[in-house]
Design a binder for this molecule. Structure first.
Ligand SMILES: Nc1ncnc2c1ncn2[C@@H]1O[C@H](COP(=O)(O)OP(=O)(O)OP(=O)(O)O)[C@@H](O)[C@H]1O
Length: 257
């Protein structure tokens, strides 16, 4: 359904991602895993049409997304990591705005917006401004907004970051249900454990290049290979954090230069 073909992008001549290839099929949950600065956001911006690649292309249902970006976006549900929502709107008003921008009929907007807010535990907050919401509540509004227009492709950027344990469990179940209903799902994260639990396939990116595209069960085996070792060491962050933490405290404690 979604295919990236040799996608590359540089910033001022410095490559951020190079020759990125992967696909997300119907009913599939694909994890896109990489450490900070590995190129995940750059890839997401290209997939959502915010950024143009220097090379390569993104196809959706066989068609270059840039041939009809508005048409593609109508089939895309995107949940960004940061909630840059209009915080003076209430949750309900925000979903109404999203529905109208997507060209949905008004009765359908009212029905879906109210029902999604109720299912996500936001019913009593639906008339309060989003500025009063917690991070997790904002995240849930964004998830509701992405579901409003029944998109075929869903892109979640670090979706669990603001969610508490119960919401995170609900979100994981939701992903499975969405996949079962035929949606293609791309799940961006830097947390190996979560991606392993949820995804059918995991694409690993490090320093802008794809290192692995495999089933989660295969990852453990691949982790023993030399080229993946350092990438995973960064991801699981087991190795040098103690040393680094000690150095940070030591630096903090320095009294004289
Ligand atoms: N606007 C920009 N101008 C210059 N360099 C950039 C820009 N955006 C990203 N980069 C660089 O491109 C590389 C990839 O960055 P990107 O934000 O895609 O990584 P990421 O995996 O999303 O990181 P994070 O997990 O920290 O969000 C990094 O080296 C980053 O410094």
């Amino acid at each position: 359904m979604l295919e990236l073909h040799n996608v590359s992008r540089s910033y001022r001549g410095i490559p951020a991602i190079a020759n990125v290839n992967f696909r997300v099929g119907t009913g599939e949950i694909v994890g896109y895993l990489g450490a900070n600065g590995s190129g995940k956001s750059t890839t997401v911006k290209i997939i959502t049409g915010i950024l143009q690649p220097n090379d390569g292309k993104v196809l959706f249902e066989g068609v270059d997304i840039r041939a009809d970006l508005a048409g593609f976006r109508a089939k895309l549900g995107y949940v960004p990591e940061e909630a840059h929502v209009y915080t003076y709107l209430s949750g309900l008003e925000y979903l109404q705005l999203v529905g109208r921008l997507r060209g949905m009929p008004e009765p359908l907007i009212q029905l879906k917006a109210n029902k999604l807010l109720r299912l996500l535990g936001l019913e009593s907050w639906r008339h309060s401004p989003i500025s009063a919401y917690s991070k997790g509540m904002k995240q849930r509004v964004l998830i509701a907004a992405a579901l409003m227009h029944d998109p075929k492709l869903l892109v979640f950027d670090e979706p669990l970051s603001g969610l508490d344990v119960d919401s995170a469990r609900l979100f994981k179940d939701l992903l499975q249900q969405l996949a079962a209903s035929g949606k293609a799902i791309l799940y961006i994260s830097h947390v190996l454990e979560v991606v392993e639990q949820i995804c059918d396939r995991v694409v690993v990116i490090a320093q802008g290049r794809i290192l692995a595209d495999t089933a989660p069960s295969e990852l453990t085996r691949l982790m023993k290979l030399a080229n993946l070792e350092s990438a995973f060491a960064q991801l699981v962050q087991q190795q040098d954090t103690k040393v680094l933490a000690r150095e940070l405290v030591e630096t903090m404690l320095v009294e004289h230069a």
